[in-house]
Design a protein around this ligand. Structure first.
Ligand code: SF4
Length: 185
């Protein structure tokens, strides 16, 4: 299915957004406005980069990629697009999937559509970023309220020991992108 997602940005190859080498897709749109959010440019619900999974993987997937990490903004404001993206990532490209959300798992699991999404998620990291609970030694999370949910046997918490908490990526055209968990949901 060719359902478009509205992405904020895409990092073709990251080493700190989950296990191994991963393509990272940041969705556009988040209503929470958490104080200290690492990525406030993702908050407005405006069209930034509409793309289909096929376009996305054709243009950005690099050889040797282990999985896809989806973050935001919040991907659960685009549930149908998220479901389609994760299903294609797993079934057509054999990628593992890690999803970050500011919603709590308890809120999400009440939705039938979210339950369908979870069938294609290896690891969910839930909870909004709480600046007062910031903890710089946490594994791949920004604040202590955020929790891991392992929905498959592919990964465990030991796989989220990242080589660093921040990463600076210099693109071919000299563009510089910073990603990490200093203050990100
Ligand atoms: S930290 Fe996450 S949940 Fe909070 S405003 Fe930023 S993107 Fe939204």
């Amino acid at each position: 299915m060719n359902i478009l997602i509205n992405a904020h940005s895409i990092i073709p190859s990251s080493r700190i957004n989950g296990p191994g080498k991963r393509i990272v897709v940041f969705f556009q749109g988040c209503a929470r406005r958490c104080p200290g959010c690492f990525n406030p440019a993702t908050h407005p619900f405006r069209k930034v980069y509409p793309c289909s999974p096929d376009m996305l993987f054709k243009d950005f997937l690099r050889p040797g990629t282990e999985g896809i990490t989806v973050s935001g903004g919040d991907p659960f404001y685009q549930k149908r697009g998220l479901l389609n993206l994760l299903k294609i990532a797993k079934e057509d490209y054999g990628l593992s999937t890690v999803v970050y959300t500011g919603f709590n798992y308890e809120e999400l699991r009440r939705s039938i559509l979210c339950k369908s999404i979870f069938e294609f998620v290896d690891v969910l990291v839930d909870g909004r970023y709480e600046d007062s609970l910031r903890e710089t030694t946490l594994l791949a999370r920004g604040s202590t309220n955020q929790r891991f949910y392992f929905f498959s046997n592919n990964y465990g918490e030991e796989d989220f020991y990242m080589p660093a908490r921040a990463e600076i990526i210099v693109g071919r055209g000299g563009t510089v992108t910073t990603t990490g968990f200093s203050k990100v949901a």
